[in-house]
Design a protein around this ligand. Structure first.
Ligand SMILES: [Zn+2]
Length: 298
């Protein structure tokens, strides 16, 4: 495709508009002059693809690679990757459907998980133990575990509501984080589940919650998000929320919510003040100040 801002870096076409690229030109090859000029975009893309695939080969410790075979080898590798992806998807579907229906249909469940509110949810000890070290300790009645041990045929997660717990269990069985119908409700639920993912040590669930929440961070919910990020020790989400606070500083700082937030989170308010100043002081002055304070500390 023709890109006006992309021009060949060298060669006779330099500076001309509408380069006749032998890769991406829409002109059929039989009408084209027999030239092998390649546009900057195709050139960069080809190099990037080859570089990416060579790196991947290094990671897997395979020999060969497409360095010598050029794009033709790269294409072969892309086809292999695509086949592997299909296979992986099929395997994931197989696992997800089997475990998902074992839970949804309550097949041979052997434990009741009790939320703080609402009815208990039947589940499988083996799945809980396999997904979380903390559950494993609770279920084996380990005294060293901070969380309360499972009493008989039940285990209690009193900090979660029935719906929160259901979302968490669904993830443990299927690896998928279900969407909620209503946006506000989804946010509340994800906050609860993120804190639980931290407490019960389920890193994939934590990452899934963080990614979903980070996508919806704005001035409206930045402060709430910050509190949850702190509770769940989520640095990525904290950075995202801080970014939103700085970007919409007036809206956030002059809200009633901020006054309430400040009374609960003195430490976070210090962080916010610093971030706001850092964003306003011209960068060079700020860097100089930073540098000076770090040399003083050193
Ligand atoms: Zn091209």
């Amino acid at each position: 495709m023709y890109e006006p801002e992309e021009e060949a870096k060298e060669g006779e076409e330099k500076g001309s508009r509408g380069m006749d690229c032998c890769i991406c030109s829409p002109m059929a090859s039989k009408y084209r002059l027999p030239r092998n000029a390649i546009c900057a975009s195709c050139h960069e893309g080809a190099k990037a693809i080859i570089g990416f695939l060579v790196d991947k080969d290094d990671e897997h410790g395979e020999d060969g690679g497409c360095g010598s075979g050029g794009l033709r080898d790269a294409w072969e590798q892309v086809k292999e990757m695509s086949a592997r992806e299909e296979e992986t998807n099929a395997r994931a579907d197989f696992l997800q459907q089997g475990f998902g229906s074992a839970w949804k249909e309550g097949l041979h469940t052997d434990i009741l998980v009790k939320p703080g509110t609402g009815p208990p949810i039947p589940a499988h000890r083996a799945i809980l133990a396999a997904r979380s070290e903390v559950f494993r300790h609770m279920l084996s009645g380990d005294e060293r575990c901070k969380a309360p041990a499972a009493a008989g045929d039940s285990i209690a997660l009193p900090e979660l509501s029935h719906a929160d717990l259901s979302l968490l269990l669904a993830f443990l069985y299927t690896g998928a984080l279900e969407h909620q119908e209503e946006e506000e409700e989804e946010e509340r639920r994800l906050h609860a589940v993120l804190v639980a993912a931290d407490k019960y040590d389920v890193p994939p669930l934590r990452r899934a919650c963080e990614a979903r929440l980070a996508a919806g961070v704005g001035p409206r919910n930045a402060l709430r998000t910050m509190e949850v990020a702190e509770l769940s020790s989520s640095a990525a989400l904290m950075a995202r929320a801080m970014g939103a606070v700085v970007e919409h500083a007036e809206e956030v700082v002059f809200s009633d919510e901020y006054a309430e937030f400040a009374s609960r989170n003195a430490g976070l308010c210090v962080e916010i003040t610093r971030a706001l100043l850092a964003a306003r002081v011209p960068t060079t002055a700020w860097r100089a100040a930073e540098k000076e304070s770090s040399t003083h500390r050193a």
